[in-house]
Ligand binder design. Structure first.
Ligand code: PXG
Length: 291
């Protein structure tokens, strides 16, 4: 049996997992998604990801046709069918097939599917030596336009930023909001450390409420560090003692250079390394069992 995809209530062979070209998810990016990790046959922060998926859907008035409990069961079933031990899970809900017009009311049946695959890990050097990042010209979406707290299928804002980063020769980029404050990265949240205090921008700045970000808050506080939500500028980032990024795929990545400015002593920071270590232990011992 090859790869199986969960599509609208049942598991189908990956090559038969198809949606219509009239699906508004494809035509307009009208839909929502999640990216979830599995570690050691356990699904990490499943409830949190499901809550965020349903929140994103609620904001765009997309009715997910099954309950949260049913969605969680479907995710577990998909992981089982694909014998996932360590993997990456991608639940997607689209507006469904409709007319060529924008109206979501003419899309009566949302499509939902779940892909469970193995994960392509980032190079080890990135974690050992730290990452260089740059700020890009593409600003993060206005909260009054497509609010970045919606994990929608419309990721062009992030993709444009990613392209700028690629041209500049970096793997991840920093995005500012319209006021010029640091919002987040193309697919990661950002933290800075100054005088043993940890800061991350509040969601109102224009960022996705990251589940890895929330996990870092939890772990940092357990270690006795204060995590403060604070609006900060590029300049404050340049003079930080440490900078690191968080995301489901990337986990915790130390940053050692921002816009050409060396952060701290140019090596992954002390607190960053403590958090990376705690995170590594935490992920394998928590989570929803796949069996
Ligand atoms: N900000 C944005 C814009 C994201 O898309 C995060 C922050 C981190 O959130 P979590 O909950 O994962 O800690 C994300 C999520 C990829 C990829 O392939 C990454 C995300 C989404 C889709 C693909 O790197 N990151």
């Amino acid at each position: 049996m090859g790869k199986m995809v969960y599509l609208n209530g049942r598991l189908v062979e990956a090559e038969n997992a198809m949606v219509s070209v009239f699906d508004h998810g494809l035509l307009y990016g009208d839909g929502v998604f999640e990216g979830i990790r599995a570690y050691n046959k356990r699904i990490f922060k499943l409830d949190e990801h499901i809550d965020r998926l349903y929140n994103s859907a609620k904001i765009i008035m997309l009715n997910i046709p099954i309950s949260k409990e049913e969605f969680k069961k479907a995710i577990i079933e998909t992981c089982k069918a694909n014998k996932i031990v360590d993997g990456y899970i991608r639940p997607v809900v689209t507006r469904g097939a409709g007319t060529l017009g924008l109206s979501p009311w003419l899309c009566p049946n949302p499509n939902y599917f779940i892909i469970a695959d193995t994960i392509q890990l980032y190079p080890k050097e990135m974690y050992e030596n730290g990452l260089e990042v740059v700020t890009v010209a593409t600003r993060r979406n206005l909260t009054e336009a497509v609010n970045p707290m919606i994990k929608s299928l419309n990721y062009l804002n992030n993709i444009l930023a990613k392209i700028e980063g690629k041209i500049a020769g970096v793997e991840e980029v920093i995005m500012l909001n319209q006021e010029g404050y640091v919002a987040e990265c193309s697919g990661d949240n950002i933290f800075i450390v100054k005088n043993n205090k940890i800061y991350t921008p509040p969601i109102v700045v224009g960022a996705l409420p990251g589940i890895t970000q929330a996990t870092v808050n939890e772990l940092a506080e357990k270690e006795g560090y204060q995590v403060i939500e604070k609006i900060f500028s590029r300049a404050e980032m340049y003079i930080a003692d440490e900078v690191f990024l968080t995301g489901t795929a990337a986990e915790i990545v130390p940053v050692v250079k921002v816009d050409g400015r060396v952060i701290g002593d140019g090596k992954p920071g002390k607190i960053t390394k403590v958090l990376m270590d705690k995170f590594k232990k935490y992920v394998v011992e928590t989570g929803t069992p796949i069996e």
